[in-house]
Design a protein around this ligand. Structure first.
Ligand code: ZN
Length: 339
């Protein structure tokens, strides 16, 4: 009951990249950068193991950003001429690369990290990839002229990488779709179909992560505008309940998501956000256990997992580590309470 994992990213060491930033600059290049990424990945693996996390990730140490890390391995994208674009329905501006030709994987994307994880932990491992809808919302299109067609093209590439990750022993493959909380109607129209294309043929556990974003100011301001109840999940969850995705990772603690919306995910594993990434205040184990108890009124215990609300990339390492420990302690307290 209440197995633990993190949504995805962890802060990078100060010798690998700039700290406290969502799009940090690397502090090495070439072979030295590859080695630094591998070293950071092993350190983050160890931190998760020592904290007692059940399903281990790479902490996304090898990617500058959760979307662009994947795109760097794709042919047909111009990274040299980034353009400013409003993303997540113009919530904030980002400098994004442009699609300029047919999309194709240049080779493997996360082979090095997957092999490292598999070789250095006996625990189950999870890998995150950006979801198709979130990718097309984080890149400028100068070639396809059609958002859906471009999303499906990306879904095929994601599937290619996901199959290879599975073959390397990855137990859980998660697609990050914060855009699902922004374009709710499109999720039903084509978002799920794109996800199905991305998981086609996989036998490992599949997950989708849908959140209200990193704890950056633009997201905090956006949340303030959403009113007393955040009901985005109400549109998206019934469609996901009908889908072939196994797990849904969602935001809960510190949010205004009505807890009864979790009941719309009948049949799915729920990776409940019990750690808030939008505040440096460290939760107590009791707060984590209480959040789990609230969810239990709508999700059966064997379907409930403890997770973070979102990635912790822009946070300080001390805060992130303390939150990892509370995640595990809180889940243990909940197990004791509900045994
Ligand atoms: Zn997230």
């Amino acid at each position: 009951m209440f197995e633990t994992s993190i949504a995805g990213s962890l802060p990078k060491p100060g010798w690998l990249a700039e700290t406290g930033k969502l799009w940090p600059r690397w502090l090495a290049d070439g072979e030295a950068l590859d080695r630094a990424k591998a070293d950071a990945t092993l350190l983050r693996l160890k931190l998760q193991e020592d904290a007692g996390v059940d399903v281990i990730g790479d902490g996304e140490q090898s990617r500058q950003h959760f979307v662009h890390g994947f795109l760097e391995a794709v042919e047909g994208i111009d990274f040299d001429n980034k353009v400013k674009m409003g993303i997540r329905n113009n919530r904030y501006d980002a400098m994004v690369p442009q699609v300029v030709g047919p999309l194709k994987l240049r080779g493997r994307v996360h082979q090095a990290e997957a092999r490292l994880l598999r070789a250095h932990t006996a625990r189950r491992i999870k890998f995150t990839l950006p979801g198709p809808m979130t990718i097309v919302d984080t890149i400028a299109d100068r070639f396809y002229g059609d958002r859906i067609r471009m999303a499906m093209a990306f879904a095929d590439l994601l599937n290619q990488e996901a199959r290879a990750l599975e073959a390397e022993g990855v137990d859980v493959i998660q697609f990050d779709e914060p855009a699902f909380n922004v374009y709710m109607e499109e999720v039903r129209d084509w978002g799920i179909e794109a996800l199905h294309r991305a998981i086609d043929g996989l036998r490992c556990t599949t997950a989708v992560h849908i959140c209200y974003g990193y704890g950056i100011q633009a997201n905090i301001d956006w949340k303030q505008s959403l009113g007393g109840e955040w009901r985005q999940y109400e549109v998206v969850f019934p469609a996901l309940a009908q889908s072939r995705i196994n797990q849904v990772s969602l935001e809960c603690i510190g949010s205004r998501v009505p807890i009864e919306l979790l009941g719309l995910l009948e049949g799915k594993d729920v990776l409940l956000g019990v750690i808030d990434v939008a505040t440096d205040t460290i939760e107590t184990p009791a707060q984590v256990a209480d959040t789990i108890a609230r969810a239990l009124t709508h999700v059966p215990a064997h379907k409930l997992f403890a997770c973070t609300n979102c990635g912790m990339a822009p946070m300080s390492r001390d805060v992130a580590l303390a939150k990892l420990q509370v995640l595990v302690e809180g889940a243990k307290l909940a197990r004791d309470r509900h045994a």
